[in-house]
Write a protein that binds this ligand. Structure first.
Ligand SMILES: [Fe+2]
Ligand SMILES: [Fe+2]
Length: 191
C-alpha cells in the first residue's frame, strides 16, 4: 500500500486491497488534521481581534503564519470532498478559543496556547507512530513530523512566556480547552 499526493493534491492509496481499515483510518485522521489547522488559524485570528498588546500581536502573527502554511500543506493531501462538513464551526470555535482568554490577560492567552499545542502535539505524534510501520508513506509522515515539530515550538514559546503558577480558574479553562479539542477531533474524524 502506498499513499501518494493525487492529481489534485488529494491523498490517495494504491496497492493492497486488505488495507481498507488503514485507508478509513487515514481519511478520518486527515479530515481531523485539516479541521484542526483550520481552527488553529482561527485561534490566532481570534487573539489578533481581541488584543492591542504588541507582544501578543507579534506572537499571534508569527504563529498564524505557520498555521496558514500548515493548512496549505494539509490541503494538498485532503481533497475538498474529504474535508470536514463542519469547517464553519471549527473556525468559530477556534476564534472563540483565541478571543476569550484575552479578557483575562496575556497569561491566559499563553496558557491557552500551551494547552492547545500540547493536545495537537499528542494528536500528530499518535498518527506519526502508527505510520512508522508504513515505509511507503514517508511523504505524509514527513509532513506530519514537520507540523508536529512546529506545534512543539509554539507550545514552548507560549510556555516560556506564561507566568507560573496557573491559578484554579485558568487551569479549569485549559482543561476545558483540552477536552473541547478532543471532542472536536472526534467529530471532525466523522463529519
Ligand atoms: Fe498547525
Ligand atoms: Fe500550532
Amino acid at each position: 500500500m502506498q499513499i501518494l499526493p493525487g492529481v489534485h493534491g488529494s491523498a490517495q492509496m494504491i496497492g493492497d486491497t486488505g488495507n481498507s481499515d488503514t485507508k478509513h483510518w487515514l481519511d478520518a485522521e486527515l479530515r481531523s488534521d485539516h479541521a484542526g489547522e483550520t481552527g488553529a488559524v482561527a485561534i490566532y485570528s481570534g487573539i489578533l481581534a481581541a488584543t492591542s498588546d504588541p507582544e501578543l500581536i507579534s506572537f499571534a502573527l508569527d504563529h498564524r503564519e505557520t498555521e496558514m502554511r500548515h493548512l496549505a500543506l494539509v490541503e494538498e493531501w485532503v481533497p475538498v470532498a474529504g474535508r470536514s462538513r463542519l469547517l464553519f464551526a471549527w473556525r468559530m470555535a477556534g476564534f472563540a478559543t483565541g478571543y476569550l482568554p484575552d479578557f483575562f490577560g496575556q497569561n491566559a492567552v499563553y496558557a491557552t496556547i500551551d494547552a492547545v499545542e500540547t493536545f495537537v502535539e499528542q494528536h500528530y505524534s499518535a498518527q506519526i507512530d502508527r505510520l512508522a510501520t508504513h515505509e511507503d508513506q514517508a511523504g505524509l509522515k514527513s509532513l506530519l513530523v514537520r507540523c508536529r515539530d512546529d506545534e512543539i515550538k509554539h507550545r514552548n514559546q507560549a510556555r516560556g512566556r506564561a507566568a507560573e503558577p496557573v491559578g484554579f480558574f485558568l487551569n479549569a479553562w485549559c482543561q476545558l480547552v483540552s477536552i473541547g479539542s478532543a471532542g472536536a477531533v472526534a467529530l471532525a474524524r466523522r463529519f
